[in-house]
Design a protein around this ligand. Structure first.
Ligand code: UD1
Length: 418
């Protein structure tokens, strides 16, 4: 199994270009199933989760072809299957996003329950209840989910929590429902706006994405569309925090700075200098970071997907930081591993108290999930001595050319095999 070997202590300096967003590309790929015509997505990141989604679409009978770097053609012609294969479905939780489009297109969908994951339980009750409100019959028996309908009907759906995936699934299903669907307490992430933009290009009639109320007027048919995926704000945040924890100066290019506001505000609070351009952000830090308090929340709050990375900055701060994880209360595995490197951490429930230390020390640590693993790499880059981050494959799910990009900033990091 591959691992990263990191020699810490070199400040990262330079500029990296940011890829298309994983969490935007996956729902757009799912949306392509809504039409029998080809759609083309540009700036699709070359990452494992995209490959898994492509394999899932192929297994259903769609044509999925790369057309040069970053461009993906998807055509879901006639004869599409409503049954998702077990192994691929379990590999990636975002496979649940295929429920909405398959139900809309075929009137049925069957998949195994995607289950929990390393960041804690991840129920899909909001997805299933929402589909029921739209008129689908949904059963969950012996680990298998099945939804059927003879015609979805527009309705009012009030989400208990602004779930990103549930909002997306319901938008996807509602494009084919009769009449108007209103989703209240909808997620407001940029990836939701992105999905609205793409679906409207396909002929859907959706408005309100980016606010807490989304309105979808069902249409009879959608056609193919072409779209360029927005930049990955989490990849950008990861590289910016890497610059800060190594007391370097990192510029991320091809980003939308507005999407990074919550992260940049906390980096500034930690003493970083932040400079913004049109599509650039530069972060630098001299000396130890100041302690901060932050809370992971739905957008426009601080993103849970950048919480682990930010914890590394807190671990090195000159004082006590407070972290409240309000989206996935159990998302703290990385803290256990950071303690092996000398971090001083107490966590309980969704809270962590991190008392900064003047240095972390290299150790062998294990990535348990995508962003937690990235945080451990950042800790290794800032630590004294050699760090080995096991299970490098977690990072492949969401970072394209992770090692190469880090190396281009001066990181002493190698990907090796056992
Ligand atoms: C998406 C992102 C993930 C990010 C998360 C939160 C994708 C592919 N993944 O995941 O990277 O960390 O948003 O920003 O876009 N919940 C329920 N019932 C449900 C659905 C969710 O209780 O039916 C809860 C979850 O347990 C969690 C919270 O709602 O506590 C947020 O989850 P959600 O926004 O749905 O995350 P995902 O869409 O799975």
């Amino acid at each position: 199994m591959d691992f990263y070997e990191i020699e810490g202590g070199t400040p990262l300096v330079g500029e990296v270009s940011i890829n298309g967003a994983k969490n935007a590309a996956l729902p757009l790929m799912a949306a392509s199933l809504l039409s029998s015509e080809p759609s083309v997505l540009h700036r699709v990141p070359d990452i494992e989760d995209v490959h898994t989604m492509a394999d899932l679409l192929r297994s259903l009978g769609a044509r999925v072809e790369w057309q040069g770097k970053g461009s993906l053609m998807i055509q879901a012609g006639p004869g599409l299957s409503p049954r998702l294969p077990d192994e691929l479905t379990r590999k990636m939780r975002a496979s649940v996003l295929l429920m909405g489009p398959l139900l809309a297109r075929l009137g049925e969908v069957e998949l195994s329950h995607p289950g929990g994951c390393a960041i804690g339980p991840r129920p899909i009750n909001l997805h299933l209840d929402g589909l029921r409100y739209l008129g689908a019959q949904v059963t969950a028996e012996a680990g298998a989910l099945r939804a059927t309908t003879t015609g979805l009907q527009g309705t009012l759906i009030v989400l208990d929590f602004p779930s990103v995936g549930a909002t997306e699934n319901l938008m996807l299903a509602a494009t084919a429902a009769k009449g108007v669907t209103i989703v209240r307490n909808a997620a407001r992430e940029p990836e939701i706006v992105e999905l609205q933009d793409f679906l409207n290009k396909m002929g859907a009639r959706i408005r309100g994405a980016g606010t807490d109320t989304i309105r979808v007027r069902g249409v009879r048919e959608l056609h193919g569309a072409e779209h360029r995926v927005i930049p990955d704000r989490i990849e950008a945040a990861t590289f910016l925090v890497a610059g800060a924890v190594t007391r370097g100066r990192v510029t991320v290019a091809d980003v939308i700075p507005e999407h990074l506001e919550a992260v940049l505000a906390k980096l500034e609070a930690a003493g970083c200098t932040v400079e913004e351009g049109n599509d650039l952000v530069e972060v630098s830090l001299q000396g130890r970071p100041a302690p901060i308090a932050f809370r992971a929340l739905p957008y426009p709050g601080f993103p849970t997907d950048a919480q682990p990375q930010m914890c590394v900055l807190c671990a090195l701060a000159d004082g006590v930081s407070l972290v409240h994880e309000n989206v996935f209360a159990q998302r703290f595995h990385h803290l256990e591993e950071l303690m092996r490197m000398g971090a001083n951490v107490f966590h309980e429930g969704g809270y962590a108290v991190i008392t900064g230390v003047s240095k972390l020390t290299g150790a062998t640590v294990e990535a348990a999930d995508l962003r937690g693993g990235a945080a451990l790499v950042l800790a290794g880059l800032a630590a004294e001595g050699i760090t080995r981050v096991e299970r490098a494959y977690h990072m492949d799910r969401g970072y394209e050319s992770f090692a190469e990009k880090m190396q281009s900033l001066g990181a002493q990091l190698k990907r090796l095999s056992n």
